[in-house]
Design a protein around this ligand. Structure first.
Ligand SMILES: [Zn+2]
Length: 305
């Protein structure tokens, strides 16, 4: 009996101990679960931000002229390839990064910094830090600004190299074909004329991205007729000479400028010249972000204002 009693006391004791262990495990487990849940919440929030929309390869050519105020930033996509021409000001870097992330973009195959002015390469360090980067193109000219040094630092930190393209160099972007049209003019006193100028053909449609290139650049070649012109230097009258516009004769002219900017851009002179050749004008200061879609034959334009 005593033995049995002992046994049952033992059993009871081990039962209590087991309960305590289970209880402890339960508490620990709950804690662990709680910790996991909290950290998962963090992860989910982050991954939701990044993967809100999964990147979808497109048969159409998509061009987004992103509203970054008095600055340039242009996103071009076809099939699974992505190109970014300029990244806005330092202030706009986050806007550009968010815009791309919201499209599910994680890799940018081609980044073009047209020339080392803050309104074109300001946000480039943010872009380089946030995405996988393929090739970076910039003109072979340096400047001493912190903005420029930040860009170089982000490039170095990722062990990337910069290509300085020459006139005639080509880029394949899915089914679209890009070509650098001019030899950049390397003038430290006027960085605008070092602008890389890219022309893109997609099916029967064509697009010309001037950066801040000026009349000095326009004079260096004869220009093929082109459907869409990203007007040089925010519509300044130092660009878009009559002779140049007569050759390009764009159906659509895109001006990237900030509302009520202190430079007074675009100038009325440039607007008049574009009207005279019959171009339909779109402006980021009035239309906000401008989205273009082409199937290779027609071009559709959507604006958010
Ligand atoms: Zn500019």
């Amino acid at each position: 009996m005593a033995r049995r009693k002992k046994t049952s006391t033992k059993k009871l004791l081990s039962g209590i101990i087991a309960l305590i262990i289970v209880g402890l495990a339960g508490i620990l487990g709950t804690n662990e679960e709680f910790v996991n849940t909290v950290s998962n919440m963090g992860e989910q929030t982050n991954s939701q931000n990044v993967q809100q929309v999964e990147f979808v390869a497109q048969e159409d050519l998509l061009i987004d002229f992103i509203d970054v105020g008095q600055a340039d930033s242009i996103l071009i996509r076809n099939q699974d390839k992505v190109m970014l021409i300029d990244a806005g000001t330092n202030e706009a870097g986050e806007t550009v990064v968010n815009y791309l992330q919201n499209l599910g973009i994680t890799k940018i195959d081609y980044v073009i910094g047209t020339h080392p002015h803050e309104d074109h390469i300001g946000g480039l360090d943010d872009v380089i830090n946030h995405f996988d980067i393929g090739q970076i193109y910039m003109p072979k000219i340096e400047t001493t600004t912190k903005t420029f040094e930040d860009v170089l630092e982000s490039i170095e930190n990722k062990n990337l190299t910069v290509t300085a393209p020459n006139k005639g160099d080509k880029i394949e972007l899915g089914q679209a074909a890009g070509e650098f049209m001019t030899e950049p003019i390397l003038d430290e006193d006027n960085l605008n004329v070092s602008s890389l100028v890219l022309r893109v053909e997609f099916g029967n449609t064509s697009y010309l991205f001037m950066g801040d290139a000026e009349e000095e650049n326009e004079k260096t070649i004869l220009w093929p007729k082109t459907d869409v012109l990203k007007v040089g230097h925010h519509g300044s009258s130092t660009s878009s000479s009559e002779s140049f516009l007569e050759q390009v004769k764009p159906q659509y002219a895109i001006i990237m400028a900030g509302k009520d900017n202190s430079y007074g851009l675009p100038t009325q002179e440039t607007i008049d010249k574009l009207n005279n050749i019959g171009s339909e004008i779109y402006r980021t200061d009035e239309n906000g972000t401008i989205q273009m879609t082409s199937d290779g034959n027609t071009i559709e334009i959507k604006t958010n204002k």
